[in-house]
Design a protein around this ligand. Structure first.
Ligand SMILES: Cc1cc2nc3c(=O)[nH]c(=O)nc-3n(C[C@H](O)[C@H](O)[C@H](O)COP(=O)(O)O)c2cc1C
Length: 195
């Protein structure tokens, strides 16, 4: 079983709630599943770039390129852990840039004869581990697009088994956030056992 953990935050781990939560998840996951391979992918360390014209035009011609390589590599995993902060109601743009490289026709999705898209990634699962400065209970949840977007685009690629766990109010109440974080890490442990 191969697991990809994607980190989308320029902060060092000790300053980031989402990174610390993600690393705790991975640590516990590895303890439960010592034979599974977990690959860490820090998009900032990787230097993830926006789609270039060169890559796009070669993709349009159907050539092998940065998009097909990235999408094939992504497809080779069985499970995905996505860790990100909420930035301006959604995920950091570096994660969107990565997604722009993996949603590739013929690799992660296809169009059927009626032109309806369907995902090509089957029997895979994902979890989104996030953090937010504020809280988004309904109806504010309607404008929180971080987890919703990742769920939607993963589903587009065929990944239907999707869970999320989000730590909120980190900026609204920083003192309480520090107090509450150990309890959140306990929840993370439980989620990692069921993943
Ligand atoms: C550029 C930027 C944009 C942000 N936008 C939002 C936002 O729209 N809503 C929110 O609740 N918090 C927002 N925040 C606060 C972060 O979500 C919050 O600090 C979170 O805990 C960061 O996660 P981290 O500790 O893993 O970096 C923003 C922070 C930054 C740096």
């Amino acid at each position: 079983m191969k697991v990809l953990c994607i980190l989308a935050n320029p902060k060092p781990i000790e300053e980031s709630y989402s990174k610390r939560a993600g690393m705790e998840f991975v640590k516990n996951y590895k303890e439960t599943n010592p034979n599974h391979e977990v690959v860490m992918m820090d998009l900032y360390e990787k230097g993830q770039e926006h789609l270039s014209y060169e890559t796009l035009s070669s993709a349009i011609k159907g050539n092998t390129n940065e998009m097909s390589d990235t999408a094939n590599y992504f497809s080779s995993f069985d499970k995905y852990i996505v860790c990100a902060p909420m930035w301006n109601l959604t995920v950091p743009s570096i994660l969107k840039s990565y997604i722009d490289h993996i949603v590739v026709k013929g690799i992660t999705f296809k169009f059927n004869s009626n032109g309806i898209p369907s995902g090509l990634l089957k029997n895979k699962k994902a979890i989104y581990i996030g953090s937010r400065g504020g809280a988004y209970p309904f109806p504010l949840s309607l404008i929180a697009w971080d987890d919703k977007y990742i769920r939607l685009i993963f589903r587009f690629m065929g990944i239907k088994d999707f869970k999320k766990i989000i730590f909120e109010n980190t900026d609204k109440n920083p003192v309480k956030a520090v107090e509450k974080f150990p309890g959140f890490l306990e929840k993370i442990k439980t989620f990692s056992k069921g993943f």
